[in-house]
Design a binder for this molecule. Structure first.
Ligand code: CTP
Length: 413
């Protein structure tokens, strides 16, 4: 069931394009409505080949607008008012054709006219064949639309209805819901105006051009925190090491490989109001990285010399100039969790430490890469013990705590 949602009483104008993914918009409408949003829908002519206006209106509980003739009657809502009265326009599925018409400012049907006649923010969920998505014309249109302020949910990689595999599948309804929440939160939300910086995932430290040192960090927790902060309205930059997690919606992501690149990206992102170091940064790197692939036939075993990596958390915590108002570190511990984490907080100079107990588990949950986490939040003024929770729930709770702290300390140096 939906959480206490930021979508309550928000007005969404859903523009349904003509693609096989149109059927997913029926579930999207349901998800939006159960979160308290009201949904009005415009369907293009070709959308009506895939799903019927009757199905859509049964779910929205509203009349469905299908063409400009609906609007000739004074008693009907004009297309300008239709799009201006919404908090957000959502185009799903955004077909290659509809995106092209948006990018060039066409107004040849109700959908494109409604999109042109408003400055209401627009979120598009593209869906099309892989080749169409990858075609330079579509990519040009996407770049233009991004520049015009349109944001995107998806497309995802996957099997397509046409039998091909690759990018082009429409994002799932719940992913679109998250993107809608993030986009709406930009305009409001307790972290509006706050700039957040998060590190996530492992780092890869090269041994030679083909080998590297890494660790098992999945990036799940760091990525979930970035998504949670964006959902509360923060302008969020995620600096991520190599992970399999998708880029969170509503978040700017900078992909890096090494600890030094991660530090450089963080420093370049300053000033920020809050920094959260959730990455499992490699403590050491190989000082004598080989320029060519190390070969067995050269005889003997390679001698690797290690050198300590910069500590990003300690560096950000100890800045004299531009120190974020709130710096948060993680401590993954298997024993004496509280003592070790408390000492780590002092040693690194951060404000909070999120101590995660990576040993708790009998079932496999709670360990690195799993979906659950058991947290102790350690601050100067004391400690909070959180029950075992899903990583997404930990992220939401931490984002709420950050919002409360930044609100309380607003205006303080
Ligand atoms: N961290 C960092 N840069 C590093 C090493 C760690 O930013 N080079 C951050 C991590 O993102 C995390 C915290 O520091 O927020 C973890 O500290 P660390 O001392 O690395 O913890 P452990 O890996 O648990 O190390 P140990 O217990 O061995 O001291």
């Amino acid at each position: 069931m939906a959480d206490a949602s930021s979508l309550k009483n928000r007005k969404i104008l859903l523009i349904i394009g003509g693609g096989i993914a149109a059927y997913k918009t029926l579930d999207l409408i349901r998800r939006l409505r159960e979160r308290g949003a009201s949904v009005r829908a415009i369907m293009t002519r070709s959308a009506q080949e895939f799903i019927t206006p009757l199905s859509v209106s049964s779910l929205t509980g509203e009349k469905v607008y299908t063409d400009l003739f609906d609007l000739t009657d004074e008693a009907e809502m004009g297309h300008i008012q239709l799009s201006r009265s919404a908090d957000l326009l959502v185009v799903a599925p955004a077909t290659a054709d509809l995106l092209a018409r948006m990018a060039t400012g066409r107004a040849d049907d109700l959908a494109s006219t409604a999109l042109l006649a408003t400055d209401t923010p627009v979120l598009a969920a593209p869906a099309m064949n892989v080749r169409m998505w990858l075609h330079p014309a579509t990519q040009r249109n996407i770049a233009q639309l991004r520049q015009d302020g349109v944001s995107f949910a998806g497309p995802n990689d996957g099997d397509m209805a046409c039998g091909e595999y690759g990018p082009g599948r429409m994002a799932e309804p719940l992913e679109i819901v998250s993107a809608i929440e993030a986009r709406l939160a930009e305009k409001q939300g307790p972290l509006k105006g706050v700039k957040a910086l998060i590190t996530s995932g492992p780092t890869h430290e090269p041994i030679d051009p083909v080998r590297y040192i890494a660790n098992r960090s999945s990036g799940k927790q760091g990525h979930a925190i970035a998504a949670a902060l964006a959902k509360l309205g923060a302008e969020t930059l995620l600096v991520s090491g190599p992970v399999n997690e998708p880029d969170p919606l509503g978040v700017t992501v900078q992909h890096v490989q090494t600890a030094r690149q991660m530090l450089e990206a963080c420093e370049a992102a300053l000033p920020a109001d809050v920094a959260i170091c959730a990455a499992a940064v490699a403590d050491w790197r190989v000082d004598n990285e080989a320029g060519q692939k190390l070969k067995k036939e050269n005889g003997g075993l390679p001698e690797l010399h290690f050198i300590e990596n910069p500590d990003i958390l300690a560096t950000l915590s100890k800045l004299n100039h531009n120190r974020p108002r709130l710096v948060i570190g993680f401590a993954a511990e298997t024993q004496n969790v509280i003592e070790h984490a408390t000492a780590k907080r002092a040693r690194k100079g951060c404000d909070w430490i999120v101590a995660n107990d990576v040993s708790t588990d009998a079932s496999g949950a709670g360990v690195m890469g799993g979906d659950m986490n058991t947290i102790h939040l350690i601050k100067a003024e004391g400690r909070e013990d959180w029950p075992q929770m899903a990583k997404a729930a930990v992220a939401d709770k931490l984002a709420q705590a950050i919002a409360a702290h930044l609100t309380q300390t607003k205006g303080q140096a």
